[in-house]
Write a protein that binds this ligand. Structure first.
Ligand SMILES: *[C@@H]1O[C@H](CO)[C@@H](O)[C@H](O)[C@H]1NC(C)=O
Ligand SMILES: *[C@@H]1O[C@H](CO)[C@@H](O)[C@H](O)[C@H]1NC(C)=O
Length: 719
């Protein structure tokens, strides 16, 4: 076995920082020129260009980070102007120096003059470029004759640098910057080669080349190339891969002068390991990803806090790193891309670092969802759904917000560059309506749970109406309440309407309620017909509980109850004061039976339904009034009023079972644990979990086409 060494190289800090330094110095220098206010034309010219440069530089500086990473927006413009302005200063200074020297333009004596002289020496050093600056640094008076004379003999440069005076800190930075070669070895990576005579395998060679990050001086670091390489090549034989990954992981910083760059390198690797695997991740991959991430965070911490910076060889004069005790979390919330990137990658769950070589099966399949799926009232339907379907299953772990999970439950918050099994759970809108169709159609590891399948035959489809799925978003009800007698539903709903306090004696329920947020004409027409029919026979009209129905009533009149929970729980509480509830679907489409009819049942009100005939496969026709089964709306409205005036008929509706006994009715709800499938058949949750795990095991996920781009290119960080 022989060892092979690679070096990652990068200029650090990147070239941009030279201009930031120059601009900062000009900013300091201009003060002296302004204070002196010499009216000689050349002095005035220098002053004007400096004021302009300081202005531009300030703009540039506020868009940049001390490490030289710039915010992307309009960076190029600002940068060009800043560089132009600095250039103009150098021209004006050269001109004045040719005609008697710049010191003529300074105040005659005092601290402003001294500061200006030092600043000028620094600027001169910086603008000369590295080779000249380095040459100068070899002399005893690196910042020019005269400058040390300004101070007492007893002060060494080192002491000055430690004085905390900004200009000396700048001096230290410039020295370090000037001494470092154009490219600095960044990371040493040892690669163990089994047979030295055979050399490196091809892919190792190639990554070796790729990992030469030539940054600054016009050439950009290509970390994204590294990532792409990893993505495309690590599919070979497991042991080679593992060995190779270990080499990357335990690579030693060859020069630690730019921790931020190392942080980015590791972040890119972590990204490659976590999300871009073309096959199911192995346990080893998990461990690597987390370990690499850990390194990325450590380097970021060192770069920004100076914590643990002993290894930092940095400044000859010992200008120490800043000693902010800022915790990592603060950086994560900062705008700087690499840090927020790291925050995104940060594992919520840090796996125990088990020794490599254990059994693959020990690693659980991770099921995740976004906490941003949360709905009004703080209810996260996806969390509930995942817990009901996958909770407590052996070999499964539930973790929120893990973008690189094995199985991901979503409706609108889909993960980025995902490679696992994707479960789309319909929320009334089918894949086509919710703009998920294109993705689900193409992605082989997708499963759709909802009324409509995705286009094509790629995604597995479980046909389930939203009436059943809506229970994932309800705070107070589980679907088994639908199987309970009316009395139980009635008291649950009224307890809820009373804020969970004691159940009051049943108030007289009013006639009927109409609650809708889109005033479709068919609903509006039935509302008027029913209101008129009821009034003409001595009942009150239909109460409007929302913006639809009665355009005369104010919002306040229509809605006395507060918005207490989410809209579904709210609807149940509101309906609990009524005998009937109008629950018309928005439109007619296959299996389109939504949460509305369930709201009425849960409130103990008789639903007046209009919509897909599929409703008959879910709900018992004796328990609701189906408007579509009448010849016309008038006949249906008359029937409702008849029932309202006939206590026996009304009671028959209340006492009828809600769910249809035959067929699959309870199966639709059996994604929830409280509901089992009929006739001892497998429940929906069992079928769904099995299907997802089978896809996971088969590894037919693959890499999802980047549906959302990363918000930046790593390369951008170095421009
Ligand atoms: C630099 O000087 C030129 C000529 O005076 C002027 O046109 C230009 O606007 C200046 N550039 C900046 C960025 O100040
Ligand atoms: C009931 O569900 C099973 C799957 O469990 C399905 O094969 C069958 O077609 C369904 N029957 C009806 C009437 O929808």
């Amino acid at each position: 076995m022989s060892h092979q060494y690679w070096r990652l190289r990068a200029t650090c800090p990147p070239a941009a920082s030279r201009y930031i330094l120059a601009a900062t110095i000009i900013f300091a220098l201009q003060t002296a020129f302004v204070v002196a206010g010499k009216e000689e034309a050349r002095c005035r010219a220098v002053r004007t260009t400096m004021v302009r440069a300081a202005d531009e530089a300030l703009g540039y500086y506020t868009m940049s980070h001390p490490t030289g990473a710039l915010q992307a927006a309009s960076r190029d413009d600002v940068r060009k102007r800043a560089l132009g302005a600095v250039h103009n200063v150098t021209l004006a200074l050269a001109d004045v120096n040719e005609h008697g020297g710049f010191e003529r333009c300074l105040p005659e004596a005092g601290s402003d003059r001294t500061a200006a002289q030092i600043s000028y020496a620094l600027l001169d050093m910086l603008l000369r470029g590295r080779p000249k600056a380095r040459e100068r640094l070899r002399t005893l008076e690196p910042f020019g004759t005269g400058v040390p004379d300004l101070f007492s003999d007893s002060l060494s440069w080192s002491e000055l640098v430690h004085s905390g005076w900004p200009v000396f800190r700048l001096a230290a930075v410039i020295e370090s910057e000037s001494r470092s070669p154009l490219t600095t070895p960044l990371l040493g990576m040892r690669l163990d080669v089994q047979d030295a005579s055979e050399g490196c395998p091809y892919n190792h060679e190639e990554v070796g080349h790729l990992m030469v990050l030539v940054a600054g001086e016009g050439i950009t670091a290509r970390i994204n190339d590294v990532r792409d390489f990893l993505r495309n090549n690590f599919e070979g034989e497991q042991t080679t891969e593992t060995r190779f990954l270990l080499d990357i992981l335990y690579a030693q910083p060859a020069s630690s002068s730019c921790q931020a760059v190392l942080a980015v390198v590791y972040a890119a690797l972590a990204d490659a390991l976590q999300c871009h695997w073309k096959r199911p991740r192995s346990r080893a991959t998990h461990i690597f990803a987390d370990a690499v991430l850990d390194r990325a965070q450590k380097f970021a911490a060192i770069a920004f806090t100076g914590e643990g910076a002993e290894a930092r060889s940095g400044f000859t004069w010992g200008a120490g790193p800043l000693k902010d005790a800022t915790p990592m979390a603060t950086f994560f919330s900062s705008r700087w891309p690499v840090l927020s990137f790291l925050a995104r990658l940060e594992p919520r769950r840090l796996p125990k670092q088990q020794p490599l070589g254990g059994q693959e099966a020990e690693w659980p399949a991770v099921v995740s969802w976004s906490t941003r799926e949360e709905e009004l009232g703080g209810m996260n339907w996806a969390e509930r759904f995942a817990a009901e379907v996958f909770g407590d299953l052996p070999g499964i772990e539930l973790v929120a917000d893990l973008e690189c999970a094995d199985i991901y439950v979503y409706r609108s918050k889909r993960p980025v560059n995902f490679g696992g099994v994707l479960i789309f759970v319909d929320g009334e809108k089918d894949p086509g309506d919710s703009e998920q169709d294109e993705l689900l159609e193409k992605y082989p590891a997708s499963i759709v749970v909802g009324p409509q399948p995705a286009s094509g035959n790629t995604a597995l489809h479980f046909a389930v109406p939203y009436a059943a799925l809506s229970f994932a978003g309800r705070q107070h009800h589980s679907p088994d309440l639908l199987s309970a007698p009316w009395r139980a539903r009635d008291s649950t709903a009224r307890a809820m309407a009373n804020g969970g306090l004691a159940v009051h004696p049943a108030p007289e329920r009013r006639f009927a309620a109409y609650l809708a947020f889109k005033c479709w004409p068919h609903r509006e027409r039935f509302f008027s017909l029913l209101s008129d029919a009821a009034r003409s026979r001595g009942l009150t009209g239909v109460d409007t509980l929302s913006r639809c129905g009665d355009s005369d009533a104010s919002e306040g009149d229509r809605r006395q109850d507060r918005y207490s929970q989410n809209y579904m729980d709210d609807a149940v509480a509101l309906f609990s004061h009524y005998k009937f509830a109008l629950v018309f679907e928005n439109h007619m489409s296959p299996r389109y039976v939504t949460e509305k009819i369930a709201n009425a049942y849960l409130a103990g009100a008789v639903p007046i339904f209009w919509g897909s005939p599929f409703v008959l496969q879910v709900f018992d026709p004796r328990s609701f009034i189906r408007v579509n089964s009448f010849d016309n709306f008038e006949a249906a409205a008359k029937h409702v009023v008849d029932v309202a005036l006939d206590p026996v008929a009304y009671k028959a509706y209340l006492q009828a079972p809600v769910l249809r006994a035959e067929g699959n009715a309870s199966w639709y709800f059996s994604w929830h644990r409280d509901m089992s499938a009929p006739d001892g058949r497998p429940s929906l949750r069992e079928q769904l979990a099995e299907a997802a795990l089978e896809k996971h095991r088969a590894g037919i996920g693959g890499v999802m086409p980047a549906i959302e781009r990363r918000p930046w290119y790593y390369a951008e960080l170095f421009r």
